[in-house]
Write a protein that binds this ligand. Structure first.
Ligand SMILES: Cc1cc2nc3c(=O)[nH]c(=O)nc-3n(C[C@H](O)[C@H](O)[C@H](O)COP(=O)(O)OP(=O)(O)OC[C@H]3O[C@@H](n4cnc5c(N)ncnc54)[C@H](O)[C@@H]3O)c2cc1C
Length: 412
């Protein structure tokens, strides 16, 4: 039984079904899922994990691919222009897509394969015995299974009961703004100077690239879709937004907060924000601390429920997809559920918590200096700090559906 029909939960359902298990997904939301309207970037490792579940193609139909990243400073000077991930192959390219579209596509795929999703099923309690676990829902119903997979996200109810001592999620130190605009004309911006276009690499504002602006007052990343729509996000250090601020602040008020931070710089950031109308929202960057409990005998956590990271590395969704593949392989191949859950945790915790720690460090740096394109690496981040944007051999073996899990867990 999977609790949560988000990215981790749907992927886990696909993976467990592929491994031969009977699965039901219980999702709290009455229709597709909870969402704040933001977009995300799926990195090559996430797309590769989806490919192991034969689910990369429906996702590759969504959004648009990103093959490179440019980084500019507050003067508009380009600091780096680098290829992103496995850009050579269409199915493992980074993709920018709306989070709600990804969730809906994965739920469609789950249903298409005959896996049941029960909506409006909000888990309230879980209990377990030596042979199974039982979930009780807010509507008074209950269901039992051999195993409960807690994929119920950042504020996981399963985590709260599996590990009552676990704290968080905590505020990571940055407010995150998201916006979409069709009114920003990137072709007209004088940012495309000779200095930036003189070499063979495409200009930073070309389509299929993400541009990271390391501004003096805020970090802003933007992408231009093939339809000419600019997707952008900004991260700003400061105290946490209150719930009332998040719901009660108008897009115009958010713009008024952001623009003074962006205007002093010679970059497109302020013009992009100024050109954004009502499709502008803000939230707090939240994260868990490493070290919480991941599983008991018959209950296991995946995705944000286990290791929610702040958005700086842009790897949350991709890590959730990796979890799903590894958990299903472990359950498929191990002799007992206990051995499978131990193996899953050994293989996943170092990598997932490394991402959590790096993202927290970048977020807490309070400058735009360490900022990263989603899922990729800041040029000045040390190699040892880089989440894998390219797929190394160990990761490929870990995710390879047809291969057994390695006996020795991969290093972080
Ligand atoms: C604004 C924002 C931007 C992000 N940008 C990126 C990015 O660029 N790249 C990236 O890789 N990641 C990004 N992330 C992170 C990414 O969205 C998460 O890591 C990913 O969604 C985790 O998937 P999940 O399934 O674990 O959790 P979720 O997607 O949150 O899904 C959890 C599901 O569980 C359901 N649920 C919750 N409680 C219960 C309950 N009690 N009972 C039943 N169901 C329940 C919810 O309704 C939801 O459908 C971003 C996150 C945010 C908030």
């Amino acid at each position: 039984m999977v609790i949560g029909g988000g990215i981790a939960g749907t992927a886990a359902a696909l993976a467990l079904h592929k491994a031969g298990f009977e699965v039901t997904v219980h999702e709290a939301h009455p229709d597709t899922g909870a969402d704040i309207g933001a977009f995300l970037t799926l990195a090559s490792n996430g797309m590769h994990a989806l490919a192991q579940l034969d689910a990369a193609a429906p996702v590759a139909d969504l959004g648009f691919p990103i093959t490179g990243m440019s980084v500019i400073d507050e003067t508009g000077a380009r600091l780096a222009a680098i290829p992103l991930g496995e850009h050579e192959r269409p199915l493992t390219r980074y993709r920018c897509l709306r989070r709600a579209d990804l969730g809906a596509a994965l739920q469609d795929e789950v249903r298409r394969r005959g896996i049941r999703i029960r909506h409006a099923a909000r888990l309230t309690t879980v209990t377990e015995s030596a042979t199974g676990a039982t979930a009780t829902f807010a509507d008074g119903s209950s269901a039992s299974a051999d195993l409960i997979v807690g994929a119920d996200g950042l504020h996981s109810a399963v985590r709260a009961q599996l590990d009552p001592a676990a704290t968080g999620p905590d505020y990571a130190g940055q407010r995150v703004f998201y916006g979409y605009t069709t009114a920003y004309d990137f072709t007209a911006h004088d940012f495309t100077t000779d200095e930036l276009t003189a070499d063979a690499t495409p200009p930073p504002d070309a389509q299929d690239r993400i541009t990271m602006v390391r501004g003096s007052g805020a970090a802003l990343g933007y992408l231009v879709s093939p339809a000419g729509e600019t997707f952008w996000f900004a991260r700003v250090a400061g105290p946490a937004l209150t719930a009332q601020e998040i719901t009660g602040t108008t897009p115009r008020q958010w713009r008024d907060q952001l623009l003074p931070l962006l205007r002093p710089d010679r970059t497109p950031a302020a013009d992009i924000v100024a050109a954004t109308g009502d499709r502008l929202m803000a939230t707090n960057a939240l994260h868990l601390r490493p070290g919480n409990r991941w599983h008991s005998r018959r209950i296991v956590l995946i995705g944000d429920a286990a290791h929610a990271a702040s958005p700086a590395t842009g790897q949350g969704a991709s890590m959730a997809l990796e979890d799903a593949v590894v958990l299903a392989k472990a359950l498929r191949d191990a002799d007992t559920p206990g051995a499978a859950l131990d193996s899953y945790e050994q293989h996943r915790r170092p990598r997932a918590e490394r991402n959590l720690t790096v993202s927290a460090q970048l977020t807490a740096s309070r400058t735009t200096e360490g900022d990263q394109a989603p899922g990729s690496t800041a040029p000045q981040a040390r190699d040892s700090e880089r989440p894998a944007a390219r797929l190394d051999e160990e990761l490929l073996q870990l995710l390879d559906w047809d291969a057994e899990l390695p006996r020795t867990p991969r290093p972080a």
